[in-house]
Design a protein around this ligand. Structure first.
Ligand code: AMP
Length: 210
């Protein structure tokens, strides 16, 4: 299974990607997580990306393509992968197509902007491994600590309400056109966001026939 998860920031792509990744035994590739790790480590890519990420803007396509090229060449991607948050622009999708990156399905999680703004205010992210939680709908077992690695949970800088609005604008302008791009290739499937994580996983499973 070579899957792209499409959807606005906060649609639940990361959460669903982790669930599907465990079930299908294939890795999730999240450019957001890779960029945050690079920023934390202070690598050249991290330094280049920081101002864009923190302002809710998209990192330049060539930086993203470099990351994807390197990551998809790794051994664990041989049997499939879940792309979370990439491609995010038509040029990224075109370049990936030219590179020969195979895609079976682009699955779009549909959700209203209003629901997202509310949801993002409760999101907590692990400083160490990037796993996400929600104070109401998906709380960690111990408040403030990551279930997976015990790392400290925090509010991502780009989850601040003003930045979320900027990210939604970017999504509608630059990323949403990807739905048509993949529909034209017969690869697009859409599911509606549901009230719970489990219910959303169920509609995704049905759409993917898994
Ligand atoms: P995410 O965790 O997917 O919401 O990504 C967080 C931020 O990382 C985005 O707001 C962008 O600044 C940057 N980013 C992640 N993936 C991409 C991408 N494919 N293209 C451009 N910027 C990206």
């Amino acid at each position: 299974m070579r899957l792209i998860l499409l959807g606005a920031p906060g649609a639940g792509k990361g959460t669903q990607a982790e669930i599907l990744s465990r079930e299908l035994g294939i890795p999730t590739i999240s450019t957001g997580n890779i960029l945050r790790a690079a920023m934390k480590a202070g690598t050249p890519v991290g330094i280049q990306a920081k101002s864009y990420v923190e302002a809710g803007k998209l990192v330049p396509d060539d930086v993203i393509i470099g990351i994807i090229r390197e990551r998809l060449a790794q051994e664990d991607c041989k049997n499939g992968y879940i792309l979370d948050g990439v491609p995010r622009t038509i040029p990224q999708a075109e370049t990936m197509e030219e590179m020969g990156v195979e895609i079976d399905c682009a699955l779009s999680i549909e959700i209203e902007d209003e629901v997202i703004v509310n949801r993002m205010s409760g999101r907590r992210t692990c400083k160490d491994c990037g796993q996400t939680f929600h104070v109401v709908s998906n709380p960690p077992k111990t408040e403030g600590l990551c279930d997976s690695c015990g790392g400290e949970l925090h509010v991502r800088k780009d989850d601040a309400p003003e930045t979320v609005k900027a990210r939604l604008e970017v999504f509608h302008r630059d990323t949403e056109p990807l739905k048509l791009f993949y529909a034209e290739r017969g690869k697009l499937k859409c599911v509606e966001n549901q009230n719970t994580i489990e219910a959303t996983t169920a509609v995704i499973r049905k759409a993917l026939e898994i």
